[in-house]
Design a protein around this ligand. Structure first.
Ligand code: 5AD
Ligand code: FES
Length: 350
């Protein structure tokens, strides 16, 4: 039996491997071993979540950002970005539309925008939960103090997404300005989990300077943190950033990591991301077939979609939410899965 197959079997059994063996898989996988891995990942996922694919309505409510992450198209120095903010009323309207379309999770995502004080976020979360008590609210608004997170949680926010971006601090410092540290990012994630959020971390595949060792470190960190969600997608260069000329992340490596993450955390909520759909026309379907079980269509008003561009060539910026749902429904069916309305909470083993 091939060494890689042996290691995949061991990963399935033990959920984690020593770093050197994770690196062996990442460096030595082939289309044949990928198929073997994906089959296992699908079986694990189907045992827990069946063929259901959960949908999250993404509301990109501000593209102002005080940070300057080198990869990101809405970084503070991206002078080409046309900035916008949605009002509380506009955000609630997005949720209204989304609710009619069957969404039961709203993800409020934005740059780190000081305009939205804790009080404003608390007010928005409170109103969404009042109007849509059957829905989950997810925040994705970056690094905050534990006290702020606690306020959001008390207001009723259920989940929080904050990608760690890379678990290696040297690599972290090559992707971020010096004001940002991996240490604080990890502090945030630990706080979020302790405060009872369903918590999501994640990273880009193929970000500049990333090595196979770095990816293995990401997997080890994920195993230790045991988040409820993991968001991964390929790095895609944005023309108005220092990484404009860098290479895009690979489809194959992204799929491989989705499959490995499914074996590491069988119950994880794992999106087939928009970035994956951007680098390949069937990227999201392939993501589902590699072990993912979530998609995150856009609910932002059509006129602001083209302004929330973290990377170039982002898909669906000209489509209405309703069109995306219909399209995704067909796409999921084409590979034997089913897009469902359910809130799609993390399932804990009994
Ligand atoms: N390519 C792919 N993903 C990106 N993100 C930011 N910029 C890019 C890019 N150029 C991801 C980051 C961030 C998430 C919201 O989007 O991982 O956490
Ligand atoms: Fe948006 Fe297909 S998912 S148009």
């Amino acid at each position: 039996m091939s060494r890689i197959i042996e290691l995949i079997d061991k990963l399935e059994r033990e959920h984690i491997l020593p770093k050197s063996e994770l690196v062996e898989i990442i460096s030595g996988h082939t289309p044949e071993t990928d198929e073997y891995l994906f089959e296992k990942a699908r079986a694990v996922r189907e045992k827990i979540y069946g063929k259901d694919v959960y949908m999250r309505g993404l509301v990109e409510f501000t593209n102002y950002c005080k940070n300057d992450c080198l990869y990101c198209g809405i970084r503070r120095s991206a002078k080409g970005a046309e900035r916008y903010r949605l009002t509380e009323e506009q955000i609630l309207e997005c949720c209204e539309t989304g609710h009619e379309l069957g969404f039961r999770t709203f993800v409020l995502q934005g740059g780190e925008d000081v305009f939205y004080t804790d009080d404003k976020i608390v007010s928005i979360v409170t109103k969404i939960k009042e109007k849509f008590p059957d829905c989950a609210v997810t925040l994705s608004i970056g690094e905050k103090s534990r006290e702020s997170y606690e306020k959001f949680r008390n207001a009723g926010a259920d989940r929080y997404l904050l990608r760690h971006e890379t678990a290696n601090s040297e690599h972290y410092s090559k992707l971020h300005p010096k004001e940002l540290s991996l240490e604080n990012r990890m502090r945030c994630l630990a706080d979020l989990k302790e405060l009872g959020f369903q918590t999501g971390c994640g990273f880009m595949v193929g970000s500049p300077y990333q090595t196979a060792e770095n990816l293995a470190e990401d997997l080890l960190y994920i195993y230790d943190l045991k988040p409820h969600m993991v968001g991964i997608g390929p790095f895609v260069p944005h023309h108005d950033t220092p990484f404009a000329e860098e290479k895009q992340g690979s489809l194959e490596t992204t799929l491989l990591l989705l499959g490995m993450i499914r074996l590491i955390l069988p119950n994880v909520l794992l999106p087939a991301t928009t970035a994956l759909g951007t680098i390949h026309p069937k990227g999201r379907e392939m993501g589902i077939l590699a072990g993912a079980n979530v998609v995150m269509p856009n609910l932002s008003p059509k006129d602001v979609r083209k302004k929330y561009l973290l990377y170039d060539n982002k898909i669906c910026t000209g489509d209405e939410a309703a069109e995306c749902i219909a399209c995704l429904g067909r796409r999921m069916e084409s590979v034997g899965y089913k897009l469902v309305s359910a809130r799609g909470d993390f399932i804990v083993d009994s």
